[in-house]
Design a protein around this ligand. Structure first.
Ligand SMILES: C[S@@+](CC[C@H](N)C(=O)[O-])C[C@H]1O[C@@H](n2cnc3c(N)ncnc32)[C@H](O)[C@@H]1O
Length: 363
């Protein structure tokens, strides 16, 4: 019989996550618990009952289970049980591997890695800010921590640059075209509140017809079929629910359709059904919707008209290996607006541009 991994105690999401990943890689597992387990976490697979580690018959029951299933490894996500088993294995001279570090040490080292990352990237935040009002390390870490919980396609360097540029943005609306599951939407919402900029508008139709990148290779084009678009929309609202307020609304429609709704002053309602007080002039515009050239060009042609003096444009994937839409449009903008660009740089593959004066007012 091939060796197996014992998942004990199989009582929480970490245990279930390990079980699921083990299933996928074909690893044999045995789940065990000392309390009634929620078998739905393990897709209905039976969970073996073991006495608690404090009961007299635990050693015999545990050793019998180990022998019966050829257990070679233990996954343990509960700190007290982990500490007990570490000593138990030594005392019993068991050659079983206790996987990973203790849950407490894992938390401590995860936190230390997070703080080290925040420390490492704060100079980048400062460089992008070009002013003194920069977030402290603790808040940079908090933004990384929360945003990492949300699936997204923006990396830490781009988020760091976002944390920097908000410091020099004027007060006004913050607009994001293309939100996926809400990673950058969360960051923009947090920052617009922190710097008292103004409400956030996110726009994403969550539809395959819009998401498909026709200018990209087939492998990228076919990715659109992998999503369940209603689940994607639901996930966005789940991810943003803890931060919901009357300073954010979402328009579930393509950016070209959303533009007149925004620009013509139509009421736009928050999740709690209040009209969000947009000033209809944009302080930060994050363009991260469809990356085909025509789509990016159209987004810029429409939405740049609403930029405030001093506003920032973030053009995602200016550096992109699957197509050159954002690169071509970005280069065109640099030429077209040469006189009006106060600062421009590339960070985390995105192009950041700050516009000066009031030259971008809609004619
Ligand atoms: C790269 S993802 C956005 C990632 C997100 N900003 C993040 O960093 O987490 C691109 C998103 O653009 C959306 N999209 C595609 N066409 C769009 C359009 N015309 N208007 C608005 N969103 C669009 C897609 O549905 C997809 O969710």
């Amino acid at each position: 019989m091939p060796s197996a991994t014992l998942i004990f105690p199989a009582v929480n999401q970490l245990a279930a996550d390990y079980w699921r990943a083990a299933q996928q890689r074909g690893e044999r597992t045995v789940a065990a618990a000392s309390v009634a387990a929620d078998v739905s976490l393990f897709n209905g697979t039976a969970v073996v009952s073991l006495p608690t580690i404090y009961e007299r018959d635990f050693p015999a029951a545990f050793l019998a289970l180990i022998a019966e299933h050829s257990i070679a490894r233990i996954h343990c996500s509960v700190a007290s049980v982990y500490a007990f088993l570490r000593q138990f294995c030594i005392d019993q001279r068991l050659t079983i591997e206790l996987l990973g570090d203790s849950p407490i040490h894992q938390q401590m080292s995860q936190h230390q890695r997070l703080m080290a990352r925040a420390r490492q990237l704060r100079p980048l935040v400062i460089a992008c800010a070009d002013v003194s009002k920069v977030l402290p390390e603790l808040e940079i870490a908090a933004v990384f921590r929360q945003s990492a919980l949300i699936y997204g396609e923006s990396n830490d360097e781009k988020l760091a640059a976002m944390m920097g540029i908000v410091a020099s943005a004027p007060a006004g609306d913050v607009v994001e075209l293309g939100s996926l599951m809400g990673r950058t939407a969360f960051v923009l919402l947090y920052l617009s509140r922190r710097y008292c900029l103004g409400p956030l508008l996110t726009v994403d139709p969550w539809l395959p017809a819009n998401a498909v990148h026709r200018d990209s290779p087939e492998a990228i084009r076919s990715l659109v079929d992998d999503w369940d678009y209603d689940a994607l929309a639901e996930a966005f609202f789940v991810n943003l629910a803890p931060f919901v307020g009357s300073d954010h609304a979402h328009l579930r429609m393509p950016s070209a359709q959303a533009f007149p709704v925004y620009a013509e002053g139509c009421p736009i309602l928050s999740q709690d059904a209040r009209a969000v007080p947009y000033c209809r002039r944009i302080a930060i515009l994050h363009i991260d919707a469809n990356h085909d050239y025509d789509a990016v060009r159209n987004d810029c042609d429409l939405w740049l008209r609403r930029l405030l003096p001093g506003a920032w444009l973030i053009l995602d994937d200016y550096v992109w290996s699957h197509g050159d839409g954002p690169l071509r449009v970005g280069n065109e903008l640099i030429e077209e607006y040469a006189e009006r660009i106060e600062r421009a740089f590339v960070c985390g593959k995105a192009l950041f541009m700050k516009f000066r004066g009031d030259a971008n007012r809609e004619e």
